[in-house]
Design a binder for this molecule. Structure first.
Ligand SMILES: Cc1cc2nc3c(=O)[nH]c(=O)nc-3n(C[C@H](O)[C@H](O)[C@H](O)COP(=O)(O)OP(=O)(O)OC[C@H]3O[C@@H](n4cnc5c(N)ncnc54)[C@H](O)[C@@H]3O)c2cc1C
Length: 205
């Protein structure tokens, strides 16, 4: 038990999500590759597996993300990048292993890359040091109606919008959903008690 605890040290949490403009892209490696189709599938013996969509639904969005992230073409086949798959040694040539390819962003710091554009954009206003605190929903907890925001100096205000996009990072998204909705409720979107479960940290410990 002690070994298991130290293998997933909570002390690494501050290093996996970065709380400033540009988020974790201020710190990430910029290595990119799409999920595999099997990641979306239900698999025998693996409970809670399977998404309600398959990989192909994401493909057009992956393709659009490539230039945004300053990557090459949306093609992750080793042979398309000059790698002769015949030269891949066993056991990495199959059937149990499959060699894949990562692309590396040439400009991975998104705040530097897109900050000036956002500053000049007429249709976007960026508020810094404004912390999302709580989402209030309708009686059925199906539609968000407002977002409470707070600054560290104590200012409080409410935002109402037609559309809300929750993009505060994997851990904070779940935390916000769990503290939102009705005071005595299970949190927003948590009818199945699954929000905040199944975390997996890919960073080094
Ligand atoms: C050291 C390191 C290396 C990595 N390398 C790679 C890599 O090479 N390839 C890869 O694919 N992934 C990598 N990752 C993971 C990747 O960086 C993250 O998965 C990704 O950046 C998450 O994006 P996000 O937009 O969901 O969240 P974030 O980038 O964390 O952005 C969340 C944003 O929300 C803001 N925010 C948070 N809470 C609130 C709140 N309550 N109110 C208002 N704003 C809030 C934060 O300030 C931040 O700006 C790495 C991560 C680390 C830590």
């Amino acid at each position: 038990m002690r070994a298991a605890r130290s293998a997933c040290r909570i002390s690494t949490l501050p290093s996996v999500g970065w709380r400033y403009f540009g988020g974790t892209t201020n710190h990430w490696g910029g290595w990119c590759l799409p999920l595999d189709p099997i990641d979306f599938e239900q698999r025998d013996g693996l409970p809670y597996r399977g998404w309600p969509i398959d990989r192909s639904v994401l493909d057009p969005w992956y393709e659009k993300a490539q230039p945004v992230l300053k990557l090459g073409p949306f093609d992750y086949r080793p042979e398309s990048w000059g790698i002769n798959v015949e030269n891949i040694p066993a056991p990495f040539n199959g059937p149990h292993f499959q060699c894949g390819l990562l692309q590396s962003s040439t400009q991975p710091r998104m705040a530097e890359l897109y900050g000036p554009t956002l500053k000049q954009a007429n249709a976007v206003i960026v508020y810094l040091h404004a912390n999302a605190l709580h989402l209030t929903a309708d009686d059925a907890d199906r539609e968000v109606q407002s977002l409470a925001v707070g600054t560290l100096s104590g200012n409080r205000f409410t935002i109402r919008s037609k559309t809300y996009v929750l993009a505060a990072g994997g851990i904070e998204n779940a935390r916000l959903l769990l503290v939102s909705g009705k005071p005595d409720g299970p949190g927003l979107g948590n009818q199945h008690d699954l929000v905040g479960r199944f975390f997996h940290d890919a960073s080094r410990v």
